[in-house]
Design a protein around this ligand. Sequence first.
Ligand code: GUN
Ligand code: ZN
Length: 435
Amino acid sequence: MTATTLQAYRAGLLHFHADPAFAEHAHAWHEDGLLIVADGKVVAAGDYAQLVGTLPPDTPAADYRGKVITPGFIDVHVHYPQTDMIASPAPGLLPWLEQYTFPTERAFADPSHAAGVAEFFLDELLRCGTTTAMVYCTVHPQSVDAFFTASEARGLRMIAGKVLMDRNCPDFLRDTAESGARETEELIRRWHRHERSLYAITPRFAPTSTEAQMAVTGELANAYPDTFLQTHVSENEAECGWVKTLYPQARSYLDVYDRYGMLRPRAVFGHCIWLDGEDRARMAATGSAAAVCPTSNLFLGSGLFDFEKADQAGMRMALATDVGAGTSFSMLQTMNEAYKVARLKGSYLPALRMFYLSTLGAARSLHLDDTIGSFAAGREADFIVLDPQATPLLARRTANSDSLEELLFALALLGDDRAVAATYSAGRLVHERRD
Ligand code: GUN
Ligand code: ZN
């Protein structure tokens, strides 16, 4: 039997055990903290002075004093094939899909192209401190194989799936109800719960699936209840109007998915901007979650997510980049824009809440909070080291921050990949910033 390898990390330590919007003591903050890890899992997190005595004297300890360790960020909605077309301008969602997205995704029929993009994408996630993402691949099953092969080689916990689409898209990107379901089932068998990989059934959005494909997709979601499901809903007004003409019998856009049994735990719906009260109540009642994508929504002019109404309904939600419509891989930059979206809707998102929504809140949205998202004992040791002195401006601003909230707010508003000094996955260093 191999001996347990203990590792320790000294820094400011922040994590959550509840949602700060609904609980008074939702977070743990240890200004001089210690995180203890063994065999890729958290052993303990607390005050340095209290925990250091529990360690054997020869335990290796990394000294990150002056920096802040948090659980790794979780991005619950991102398209890896769109990495190379980030920042492509178009007047709204539907022209953007036609002009850039579909032609770009065509290239993923080639496994070596897919593998190259997957490597760059994962580098970028880790540089930004994102240790888990819920990822759209393309319609090509080989794009999923390339992605999980790359993420498993790095030991990452990732969720991904093959896009299903059999209408209203170019012929070169179409599957059929039958082939899409068969390929999805093969991919579930190959990848779901293989190492740290998890599979997401991925109908792109209602307009690009026939009713036959929606029906078999709902059956798959039901047959494999512990898989994930991801799609887009109510992102853009033109799209919502289109869905009305395609599915006239449905009460709302979200109701299209509901009718096919796709609202369930581990189902994550991208955007959720134009939902009504009944939709939000269904999201909450079914344990589904919203992926809130502010940089994408502002970039495409899609609209403003209503955090207050989502909270009133008790919806699960988490922040997400939605690259390539999203304009940054950084969850810090995503918080920056989320804060402004909330302000424009007349509500307020404290920095603590935004960090929650990118860590434990995201894990809860995915029903993975027993595995990732906090430093509770036994959680996988995916964590990041944030540097409040990463840039001259951050250093100057955080030198006079009077509270944890001010420190986190400065990191969210002014930080990006430069603020991530190191990223660890299952206790292994997977990114270190070059100074
Ligand atoms: N709706 C359908 N496909 C997409 C996509 O790739 N990106 C975004 N933002 N919305 C979509
Ligand atoms: Zn998307």
